[in-house]
Design a protein around this ligand. Structure first.
Ligand code: KIV
Length: 275
């Protein structure tokens, strides 16, 4: 089956078709997300938090992203694969941004790359697009700037800040990105940006007025109930399912009831002892 391309994602906005994006970090997750019908799979640098167990995304390296990109690509047959450029892999210079994007395509099997920032990232976006690599933008809450933003907070509540985010989104579009993530901005602002842009907006904590939505795999499946931001909807309780399954296994191992005869192999005495 052919994989969904960047131009096909762009066309969904023209056709009024909503876009469903989910993150994934390995081939097993990718296979399930693909089978579930997601249009786009993002190998997010959120892997620093949900896979590596860190407090933020800042420690994730380009090598990590290429590795997880390759793993996810192996599980996909249909969905479009976008891979995040991690912290300090594109901010130093346009040349660095192009090299990093190229590595994610070559080694990480990305069909497109995502990077954070609006006006300030526009030259890097333009150069990567000119090199033939589709780009997904990301404005609003940009987690790689967590220290400058003073935490993971809603952005653009006041009108000055809202206008800056709108200008950022327009700069991303102008630079050639084919879609843009809007993270943790008021629903009214996201709806206005969506109306002004011709490229699709993919919201996370940005209300229903976007052209699509993205959720982190672990959040969507309820894999960690310690973490429940307002914008997350859990479609399953995998934390409970997995904990109960492991508990049942441990109980049976300790009681000697697993494995049963049906899980064991019989000795082939004829061949072993020569008849
Ligand atoms: O890193 C990530 O998973 C992301 C999404 C939440 C948009 O950037």
């Amino acid at each position: 089956m052919a994989r969904i391309t960047a131009p096909e994602i762009l066309k969904k906005k023209v056709n009024g078709e909503k876009i469903a994006m989910v993150t994934a970090y390995d081939a097993a997750q990718a296979r399930l997300v693909d089978a579930g019908g997601a249009d786009m799979v993002l190998v997010g640098d959120s892997l620093g938090m949900v896979v590596q167990g860190q407090a933020d995304t800042l420690g994730v390296t380009l090598r990590d992203m290429a590795y997880h990109g390759r793993c996810v690509a192996a599980g996909l047959t249909r969905a479009h694969l976008s891979v995040d450029l991690p912290f300090m892999s594109y901010q130093v210079s346009v040349a660095q941004a192009m090299r990093s994007a190229g590595r994610l395509v070559r080694e990480g099997k990305a069909q497109s790359v995502k990077l954070e920032g609006g006006v300030r990232s526009a030259p890097a976006i333009r150069a990567i697009v000119d090199a033939g690599i589709p780009v997904v933008g990301h404005v609003g809450l940009t987690p790689q700037s967590v220290h400058a933003m003073g935490g993971f907070k809603v952005q653009g509540r006041e009108s000055d800040a809202a206008l800056r985010i709108l200008a950022d989104a327009l700069a991303v579009q102008e630079a050639g990105a084919f879609c843009i993530v809007l993270e943790m901005v008021p629903a009214e602002l996201a709806a206005r940006i969506t109306a002004e842009l011709s490229i699709p907006t993919i919201g996370i904590g940005a209300g229903a007025g976007c052209d699509g939505q993205v959720l982190v795999y672990n959040d969507l499946l309820g894999m960690d109930t310690r973490f429940k931001p307002r914008f997350v909807k859990r479609y399953a309780d995998l934390e409970g399912v997995v904990r109960d399954a492991v508990q049942a296994y441990v109980t049976e191992v300790k009681a000697g009831t697993f494995p049963g005869p049906e899980h064991s192999f019989a000795q082939d005495t004829t061949r072993l002892y020569g008849g």
